[in-house]
Design a protein around this ligand. Structure first.
Ligand code: UFG
Length: 329
């Protein structure tokens, strides 16, 4: 490989830390930039070089970027609901922060970037599964912020020859199979950790609506294991390294699962009935979001290793139990 030194922003977060682990295992030299506002210091992995920096600090970022070969950019706010209440922090951090990073990259002469985008760029799609050419019509500032960065990246390619791959994640889920890392958000809003928490605490989880136009009435999502996501980033780096063009890629398995199916998988894995109630729909939830991941398969040779819900939930449960046994973290 000619790319050796990779700077990862948001490397102390959920998907970022799993990607750093994989990069280190592949022999890359990794520097992590994170302001630790939502990431955790315990996710900074031994073997990486850590810089506690905010993306707004362009000058310091440019210094850290000197001599790096490429960037993987995760650092962002990711809560849809919060973005509906405080759009300013989403446009400030996600768009403004990314622009600061891009300026620093130009200054340091780093011209390859893998960007964490989201299925949220599609809004409420008319087609399923979704292909990358589907109209981009975000329905919240979070999705809009991702779309705006994708637009900036197209212009930075055309004008500055900064090549990038934007990976549009569907529902990231699961944990490192050895339980070293896992999903930890504060507050937690994601389905699988909340169902596992209900198993652990006995406090009921809530199903957000069971009157959707789907076979069992609950929303359908495409759950993609975090290690498969991490691998997609490395494939994207290799693609850019080989001279590949700027592009946007869905990252999902192509299989949809309803909330009730996820609940059944959690019960099968934990052996415990998940206490739950059915509540109203959550504002802004599309009924069905499933990826067509063909472009990623075809272009980057990527294929998910975790194709079943059960395997994904097993890794998340393994991590939850390890965390419960080590509460001092
Ligand atoms: N859900 C529940 N109860 C909960 C939490 C979630 O029923 O307590 C349901 C949601 O309604 C949804 C599904 O479980 O149907 C998955 O919800 P998550 O919150 O886990 O994930 P989202 O699909 O809302 O979010 C994902 C990404 C976002 C991205 C969004 C695009 O995590 O970053 O898809 O719509 F913006």
């Amino acid at each position: 490989m000619s790319l050796k030194k990779i700077l990862v922003t948001g490397g102390a977060g959920y998907i970022g830390s799993h990607t750093v682990l994989r990069l280190l295992e592949r022999g890359y030299k990794v520097s992590v930039v994170d302001n630790l506002e939502r990431g955790f210091h315990h996710n900074v992995l031994e073997g990486s070089v850590f810089h506690k920096l905010d993306l707004a600090e362009t000058d310091k970022l440019a210094e850290v970027l000197e001599g790096q070969d490429a960037v993987i950019h995760f650092a962002a706010w990711t809560l849809v609901g919060e973005s509906m209440a405080q759009p300013e922090i989403y446009f400030g951090n996600n768009v403004g922060g990314s622009l600061s990073l891009l300026k620093a990259m130009l200054r340091a002469g780093v011209k390859k970037l893998v960007f964490s985008s989201s299925a949220a760029v599609y809004g409420i799609p008319k087609e399923s599964p979704i292909v990358e050419s589907c109209p981009e019509a975000p329905v919240n500032p979070y999705g809009e912020s991702k779309r705006m960065v994708e637009i900036m990246l197209r212009w930075f390619d055309q004008i500055h020859e900064l090549r990038s791959a934007s990976l549009r994640y569907f529902n990231a889920a699961g944990a490192d199979p050895q339980g070293r890392l896992g999903e930890e958000h504060d507050p937690e809003t994601h389905l699988i950790p909340l169902l596992l928490r209900a198993v652990e605490t006995g406090q009921p989880a809530t199903i957000f609506g069971d009157d959707y136009p789907t076979p069992d009435g609950t929303c359908i999502r495409d759950y993609i294991h975090v290690n498969d996501l991490a691998e997609a980033h490395i494939r994207a780096l290799e693609w850019l390294d080989g001279g590949g063009a700027t592009g946007q890629y869905n990252v999902g398995t192509g299989q949809g699962h309803s909330v009730r199916e996820v609940l059944a998988a959690v019960e099968a894995v934990t052996g415990v009935k998940v206490p739950h109630t059915v509540g109203p729909r959550r504002a802004g939830d599309p009924p069905v979001l499933v990826a067509n991941p063909e472009k990623l398969r075809r272009t980057l040779g990527w294929k998910p290793q975790y194709t079943g819900l059960r395997g994904i939930v097993e890794t998340a449960w393994n991590f939850a139990r390890r965390r419960a046994a080590a509460p001092q973290r």
